[in-house]
Design a protein around this ligand. Sequence first.
Ligand code: FCB
Length: 451
Amino acid sequence: MSPARLELPSGFIFGAGGSAYQMEGAVDADGRGVSIWDRFAAEPGRTRNGETGTVACDFYHRYPGDIGLMKELGLGAFRFSIAWPRVVPSGTGRVNRAGLDFYDRLVDALLAAGIEPYPVLYHWDLPQPLEDAGGWPARATVDAFTAYVEAVLDRLGDRVTSWTTCNEPRVAAFTGYQQGLHAPGRTSLADAMAAAHHLLLAHGRAAQVIRARSPRARVGISLDLTPVYPASDGAADRAAARRLDGLVNRWFLDPLWRGVYPADILAHWRSTPPPVVGDDLLTISRPIDFLGVNMYHRHVVRADPGGGDPVHVPQPAAKHTEMGWEVFPSGLEDLLCRLRTDYRPPSLIVTENGAAYEDVRIHDGRVQDPERRDYLEAHLGSVAAAIRAGVPVDGYFVWALLDNFEWAHGYARRFGIVFVDYPTLERVPKASYYWYRDVIARSRGAASGAG
Ligand code: FCB
């Protein structure tokens, strides 16, 4: 792809990210409490080879060196999550000053390196005592979250200017409470429906706290949004695509941007409605500053002749990543354009996009990852095309800066542009890291007239 096609506006945010449980390690440090992911990963059979985030990338101790790598990359922003169990170890009550100290140091170190911190307030590590008291299906968890967010804002609100309330409420609710493949491992649709609603409400409440305590900060939420295509032009296949789009995308987009759950999907789930109370939907739909888009692949579906759920249609001729996800870069452009047309968000930020491939460190110690570079280049090209089409996309965050703990897949799925040698925790920038560094430098050079 020619560099010209990767032309991005000046001020475009080039970022990368990671999350607390996936990269920090140090699970017993400085008074951290137990999260649902500590508990879940410790249960036999839940994760690949019983792997856990106990050590992960040891980012908790090694962040200064990692910020050095970010600086060398020319990164504009770093997205990380704050671990609720470090800040409020029991989920409610006492705030742990030492836990907040870590994020204080991290934010200061990022700012000193000229990198904008993009903290996420919830990336799936609910304090275990709250799960024991009912978890996200219990409405009281929203109040506990609000108090935790207040504590974080009181400490970091003077320096952080972009907040993401919640990462992928759909995955937290449905993969964790309905499919049982993520923590806490429950398998109840009713629990998942309640969890999803409470996560959205938690977003709305957190946004209010941020507005009150840090009025100039930008607030957003990250959704996992997957474009859905019908396998044919036939009416039945198109209806199947619409249904799946409703289940995975509109179920979250409509309450956030329109203040209603989509009627077709409410009818589909009529026996387990979301537990809406009072003006919940007003709280959920208060205006926010950006919509974070996490996109990795697409779905192609056809109708089930028996009237059942939409049927996924495999694309054997297409390329797939090691997650088994189809590589479909133009899906990102389609998705961004559709979000602009249907929801008109003031700003879109691609808060996650990236690919897992089996990286091999070759004899000279380097890691060549041409597939990942191609994946990132094509998706960034798709972002550039959406911007040319008039969509307000203000940034792009590679998932991930570092290889890390990929949830139930353990350490077997490497998304990083920096390789982590787990036995030694050594960091090795991959070829994709150098590619990204050059993209960023070229874009800055062009913006300043030097390129
Ligand atoms: C997203 C998660 C992130 C990572 C990527 C691969 O669903 O937000 O933590 O696992 O997928």
